[in-house]
Write a protein that binds this ligand. Structure first.
Ligand code: MG
Length: 247
């Protein structure tokens, strides 16, 4: 069941999103070549503590980190550890917070130092794909209009869209209905209504869309070992159109 949020609940989600946006801005500034992914995670944790919000991912189904930190061929759910990030790497960071019982979720990918042109293009297309999806998050559209817009754009740019992981509703829980695939035909699934809040999150691969999970039980990597990128926003559907709560 897709929950419809009241204006007061949207306001709470807006506050959580605003804080998460500030955390992301500061986290991006602190990223440097030579850091371990555990140090990135530690910084995310410090920022959340400073902003007095609770990390949403830590302990979620046993996840050990504050942030998911996924490098290069890692698509999502990378466990922070001793991997050192290098010049030319793509680093994808997914972070979520809880404020007064309300969740907010966002992700971004950045290139460290000088990035190969094809990788820079991958980041650009993935972020644009997110905005193509968000543009469809409108009252009376179908859920799959989001999915279709993302896939259509990504494939028109000759990249591939991950199928095995999807976006989700969000509110008083991190993962609520509906699941939001980033692929599929338009005009299907639930009709979007004012007060729905969605975490839209395309994951885009340089090579094929297939993925696999490493033996740690979390880290998702591309099956062909080629790089991947990930962008996500928490978005409220309003009468005036989509409102990005994490921008
Ligand atoms: Mg998410």
């Amino acid at each position: 069941m897709i929950t419809i949020k009241s204006p007061q609940e949207i306001e709470s989600l807006r506050k959580a999103g605003k804080i998460l946006t500030a955390i992301v801005r500061e986290l991006k500034r602190s990223l440097k070549v030579g850091m371990t992914t555990a140090q990135i995670d530690e910084r995310a944790g410090e920022l959340m503590a400073a902003h007095r919000v609770v990390p949403a991912f830590k302990g979620y189904r046993g996840f050990p980190g504050v942030a998911c930190v996924s490098v290069n061929q890692e698509v999502v759910h990378g466990i922070p550890g001793q991997r050192v990030v290098q010049e030319g790497d793509i680093v994808s960071i997914d972070v979520g917070v809880i404020l007064d019982g309300f969740f907010s979720d966002t992700a971004f990918s950045v290139g460290l130092g000088r990035l190969a042109p094809r990788l820079a293009k991958l980041l650009e297309v993935t972020e644009q794909a997110l905005y193509k999806g968000i543009a469809q998050a409108r009252v009376e559209h179908h859920l799959s209009d989001i999915s279709h817009a993302v896939q259509d754009f990504v494939e028109s740019e000759h990249f591939s869209i991950v199928r095995d992981f999807v976006g989700h509703g969000i509110g008083r829980s991190l993962h609520e209905d509906p699941e939001i695939p980033n692929f599929g035909p338009p005009h299907q699934g639930p009709i979007l209504k004012e007060g729905m809040v969605l975490a839209i999150e395309p994951m885009v691969n340089l090579g094929s869309w297939q993925t696999r999970i490493l033996e740690d039980g979390w880290t998702v990597v591309t099956a062909d070992g080629k790089p991947s990128a990930h962008f996500e926003h928490t978005v409220a559907i309003t009468a005036q159109g989509p409102e990005i709560l994490t921008a």
